[in-house]
Design a protein around this ligand. Structure first.
Ligand code: SAM
Ligand code: SF4
Length: 333
């Protein structure tokens, strides 16, 4: 039972943990192409610091932890992190969002360490488009990663796709056909303004309505009831049990059901992707004047304070909305 309840009555059960701001791709919607200001190593939380924060969060009712980044598989200690989260008393459900590049090597060790669920991001099936979108020629590593994840027993395997105008906006049906043939669960995500002033523009947004309309030209989509706190509106495909998800983060915000808190790789907690403020936990953890119990108490208080300050919505559609200065890759998607 979560104790993290905000002033609008929303209980918080889901912690998104960014393990690093670094990435092996440069997706245009996630970071500016010339982005090179990685955090210095000493700014990143150590494994022990991460585990302490997650233990405190779990003691306050966090039930699910999703590891993300940047690219979480770039953390050299990723298998150890997964194993240690699984050993926490009342271990949370554990999942990961990854670009999949390193999964061919890591899927099996991660599953052995206790990873239960995975989302792999892939926006196009075309090698040239992948290069244009990510500035790296590595689509085959993603396919190899998907195969390895399947072989390691991760199920259901979910694929996240962002559609961009004039890049891959025409690929929704091809992506869904492929996902169905491969037994993957596809979710389209509307592009959010999180590229630190890069390419996002409202007029170019491929909206949830547009995606639904495009898919409906080929498939009969029937809404799945009971969305819970999931951001994805899900639809059964052609009367089967197969589903496709559409996440309309911008045009159909789901803030009213949001149950998430975020931890950045440099130890800041945020109550929203779009919050302008962060609360520093790293300084607390590294404060030589505090003992372990005092640190845990301070971290617990910080979680409550952060949740208490949460606004009713992300504000993207409000007049005067300003993008966070840190890109998605740094905040943790
Ligand atoms: N590197 C990993 C990956 O790509 O899956 C994890 C981090 S990434 C920030 C997590 C998810 O956020 C990915 O599915 C990515 O497509 C999505 N994402 C990144 N920038 C986004 C944006 N501006 N709008 C919507 N989704 C975005
Ligand atoms: Fe890297 Fe993921 Fe961002 Fe792409 S979406 S640049 S893979 S963090």
């Amino acid at each position: 039972m979560t104790k993290l309840i905000d002033s609008f009555g929303r209980g918080h059960r889901d912690l998104r943990v960014s393990l690093t701001d670094r990435c092996s791709l440069r997706c245009t919607y996630c970071m500016p192409h010339d982005f090179a200001a990685w955090l210095p190593n000493e700014s990143l939380l150590t494994t022990d610091e991460l585990i302490t924060i997650i233990e405190v969060a779990v003691s306050q009712g966090i039930e699910e932890v999703r590891l993300t980044g940047g690219e979480p598989l770039l953390r050299p200690d990723i298998v150890e992190i997964v194993g240690r989260i699984n050993s926490i008393t009342n271990a949370p459900k554990l999942s990961m969002t990854t670009n999949g590049l390193a999964l061919a090597k890591l899927a099996k060790p991660l599953v052995d360490a206790g990873l239960e669920r995975i989302n792999i991001s892939l926006d196009t099936l075309d090698r040239e488009r992948f290069k244009k979108l990510t500035y790296r020629d590595r689509i085959n590593d993603v396919f190899a990663g998907i195969a390895a994840a399947r072989e390691a027993g991760l199920a259901p395997l979910k694929i996240n796709s962002v559609l961009l105008k004039d890049v891959n906006e025409d690929e929704s049906i091809a992506l869904l056909e492929w996902a169905l043939a491969e037994g993957l669960q596809l979710r389209f995500i509307e592009q959010m303004p999180l590229d630190a002033g890069g390419i996002w523009s409202r007029k170019d947004l491929i909206t949830a309505d547009q995606i639904f309309a495009d898919l409906s030209e080929r498939y009969t989509l029937t809404p799945v009831d009971d969305r819970g706190s999931s951001p994805a509106e899900e639809f059964y495909i052609n009367g089967t049990k197969d589903v496709v998800g559409i996440i309309g983060s911008v045009s159909r915000p789901f803030c009213g059901a949001c149950d998430r808190v975020r931890l950045t790789s440099d130890g800041q907690i945020r109550n929203c992707l779009f919050s302008m403020g962060e609360t520093d936990l790293r300084g607390t953890l590294r404060n030589p004047d505090l003992n372990d119990e005092q640190k845990r108490e301070a971290i617990s208080r910080a979680f409550h304070q952060t949740v208490a300050e949460k606004l009713p919505g992300h504000g993207i559609n409000d007049p005067g909305f300003i993008q966070p200065v840190r890109p998605m890759s740094a905040i943790g998607g």
